[in-house]
Design a protein around this ligand. Structure first.
Ligand SMILES: Cc1ncc(COP(=O)(O)O)c(C=O)c1O
Length: 464
């Protein structure tokens, strides 16, 4: 009997609930040399777990420094993951056709989570470990509103209060994200806000500041550090956050097996590095072990905030005001305030230290793309595949399409796999602006970056 088209050309590769990975992958175990340690901003000496204790529960601090390759996902976290996981892996057949490319394109879709992105994968884990250690309230920042929504939902599940400092430009661009967070019980304020000393300081210097992730982090860190009942929660950058996200890449590997496919090129967008790290690290494990030497792993960032491609690999603060430990990362300088591009979640001056080290050692490539080219491809993707990408995720689509077009030029049949890390249903005003011809590109702000890099902390001087 003839096979049906669905058997011959499947579009989705699905896993059952029992196939959700029950352990996270910790790439620290496979690094050739350890990460440069975070440093105390006052002494320049490596910090210990106790230095982080005012901000994070010990369960997460242990994960941050763990060298174990696999860490069990607690049952309570798995229970909640099952609300939307496993997420689907699609073969983008219709996009391939439009592009007329010999490449095979697959995408993992994290937009099916209740908050609309990959962010709940770590939000749920973080809320769980805080609850376990008796924390009552979490403070955080949010750029696009995706992370704030994810944490608001997770706090709601575990009965924690949640305060969200939302970057002012996004607060106004995305009012419905705020309402979603409030529906899940969170309190949301635009950042910079008058609620913290850090916010007041920025407002005094620039009352019209559009805000940035760096500023909002300063506010949330201050909030947590000055209240006994509160800890801080970060949606990206940190080792444990990237590790929680590996559930995405681990599922994708299983799904590619079902598709009888092997990735040649793995692509994700990068803001602080969490969806990219979580997606790519399980693939990079092979490359670090000396296998799959030809595998290419590409991080895509906005040209307006190009930390990997233009930043300096140096110790810097994670926030704008200078409250966090110093971490070694590709940075545009902690005082750099990126242009208000609509990919709010990618407007961060730094990058996850794990991503930076792997980039520095040549395991990862990076490209920067412009806003208009990104929206153009997002619209093309929506037309072909139906899904409206979050502006951040559209950077990964841009990267994947550029590689597919390269395959076409070179006549190569590569398998491209990318992470479509969120939907754009709350980003309609960005699409409206694009379709109305009101969006613009922002050139690489070389002079602003040069100025910001002058304010990098003098680590050698402190340490020496
Ligand atoms: C949909 C989406 N993608 C990507 C990002 C960037 O963060 P990360 O690089 O940690 O994945 C964000 C951040 O808010 C986001 O909301």
């Amino acid at each position: 009997m003839a096979k049906r088209a669905a058997d011959r050309h499947p579009t989705k590769f699905l896993l059952g609930e029992k196939e959700i990975p029950t352990r996270w992958y910790n790439i620290q175990a496979d690094l050739k040399t350890p990460l440069p340690p975070p440093l105390h901003p006052g002494t320049g000496q490596p910090i210990g777990p106790q230095d982080l204790a005012p901000l994070f529960p010990m369960g997460l601090i242990k994960q941050e420094v763990s060298q174990e390759r696999w860490i069990e996902t607690p049952e309570e976290v798995q229970d909640i993951y099952r609300l939307w996981r496993p997420t689907p892996l699609y073969r983008a057949r219709r996009l391939e056709k439009v592009l007329d490319t010999p490449a095979r394109i697959y995408y993992k879709y994290e937009g099916v989570s209740p908050a609309g992105s990959h962010k709940p994968n770590t939000a749920v884990a973080q809320a769980y470990y805080n609850k376990k250690e008796g924390v009552k309230r979490l403070a955080t920042e949010t750029g696009a509103g995706q992370w704030g929504s994810a944490l608001a939902m997770a706090c709601n599940f575990f009965g924690l209060q949640c305060k969200v400092y939302m970057v002012k430009v996004s607060y106004h661009q995305k009012p419905y994200r705020r309402v979603l967070m409030e529906t899940w019980g969170a309190q949301v304020v635009p950042s910079p806000s008058p609620d913290t000393q850090a916010g007041k300081k920025v407002l005094a210097e620039d009352p019209d500041s559009p805000g940035s992730l760096g500023i909002a982090i300063s506010e949330a860190v201050e909030d947590a550090a000055t209240r006994d009942d509160t800890k801080y929660s970060l949606g990206s950058v940190l080792n444990h956050v990237l590790m929680h996200q590996t559930v995405v890449g681990l599922e994708t590997r299983k799904q590619l097996e079902k598709a009888d496919a092997e990735a040649d090129i793995v692509i994700g967008c990068v803001g602080g590095g969490s969806n990219f790290g979580g997606f790519a690290f399980p693939f990079l494990a092979d490359k670090l072990a000396g296998k799959k030497k030809k595998l290419r792993v590409i991080a895509v960032e906005p040209a307006a905030c190009p930390s990997l491609t233009k930043g300096k690999y140096a110790y810097d603060f994670g926030d704008t005001v200078g409250l966090t430990p110093l971490v070694k990362m590709h940075t545009l300088g902690h005082t750099f305030v990126p242009a208000p591009v609509h990919a709010g979640g990618l407007r961060y001056h730094g990058m996850a230290p794990l991503v930076c080290k792997l980039y520095d050692e040549g395991f990862i490539e990076a490209v920067a793309v412009q806003q208009l080219a990104t929206f153009q491809i997002a619209v093309q993707f929506a037309a072909a595949e139906g899904i409206l990408p979050a502006p951040e995720a559209a950077h990964a689509v841009r990267g994947a399409v550029d590689e597919a077009l390269r395959c076409k030029r070179e006549g190569k049949r590569r398998t491209i796999v990318f992470n479509l890390c969120g939907h754009g249903h709350f980003d309609i005003s960005a699409y409206e602006a694009y379709l109305g011809g009101k969006l613009q590109d922002y050139e690489y702000p070389a002079d602003k970056v040069e100025e910001a890099l002058k304010h990098l902390p003098q680590v050698a001087a402190v340490r020496g």
